[in-house]
Design a protein around this ligand. Structure first.
Ligand SMILES: [Zn+2]
Length: 233
């Protein structure tokens, strides 16, 4: 079932390791096949160097396992909430990458200090509210998803394809698992640069609206002109 998607998701998980975003087993990537509503996700606790497409787990949107002999990543319920709430996404990646996680632990959104950030994220990368004890005690991973969705009540999830879960770490997404992994890598780079920006000058101001819009809109939307036409997403 979904052999091609399993290959893509396996590759996205390996990309997180290759990009230095994941050590040990601190991360996971998934993708959804929208026509069937089936989600392919990394198995729990399998070392990356041994992971093959056939190890991946297939679940439905209710979390019922429909294929695979291994347990899915324990974060599966978070991924499922995101697929249900954000119909435009096809892949999700979660890491504990060092700089993005540091912002998450500080419970601070990442301001848009420059054009690198503005090229990929339209405005600051939001941080979720701190979860209540009741949300942690029961259905913690599902409630993590709900906390993310609440952080996007006034933010367009297609224009800001990442979030910081307070005291935890980043989730990123995109039209497919490769783009989700790519966005997780970009997020880590902008988190690192924002940290250095504030270290150099604690009073640094976010990039002004005109330059911000120029950079985001030249790559995204109907009037995009950056790069070759087929490369634009
Ligand atoms: Zn995590």
């Amino acid at each position: 079932m979904l052999e091609q998607l399993k290959k893509q998701v396996c590759e996205a998980n390996l990309a997180l390791v290759r990009e230095g975003l994941v050590i040990q087993t601190w991360g996971n990537a998934s993708a959804i096949d929208r026509p069937s509503g089936k989600v392919v996700i990394k198995p729990s606790g399998v070392p990356y160097e041994k992971m093959k497409p056939e190890h991946l787990v297939v679940a439905d949107l209710e979390g019922k396992i429909v294929e695979g002999g291994l347990k899915p990543s324990s974060d599966l319920p978070t991924h499922l909430v995101l697929y249900q709430a954000f119909p435009g996404i096809g892949g999700v990646a979660h890491t504990h990458s060092e700089y993005a996680t540091s912002w998450a632990q500080a419970r601070q959104p990442i301001p848009c200090f420059g054009t690198t950030h503005a090229d990929y994220f339209y405005g600051p990368v939001p941080v979720t509210a701190v979860m209540k004890d009741s949300e942690i005690a029961s259905e913690y991973e599902k409630n993590t998803g709900h906390a993310i969705v609440r952080a996007f009540e006034k933010v367009d999830y297609t224009a800001v394809p990442a979030v910081l879960v307070a005291n935890h770490g980043p989730f990123a997404w995109g039209p497919d698992s490769a783009t989700a992994a790519h966005n997780a890598a970009i997020l880590e780079a902008v988190a690192r640069m924002a940290y250095f920006t504030l270290t150099i000058h604690a009073g640094a101001e976010p990039v002004a609206g005109g330059l911000h819009d120029k950079h985001y809109l030249r790559k995204h939307g109907s009037n995009a002109y950056y790069g070759q036409a087929k490369e634009r997403k």
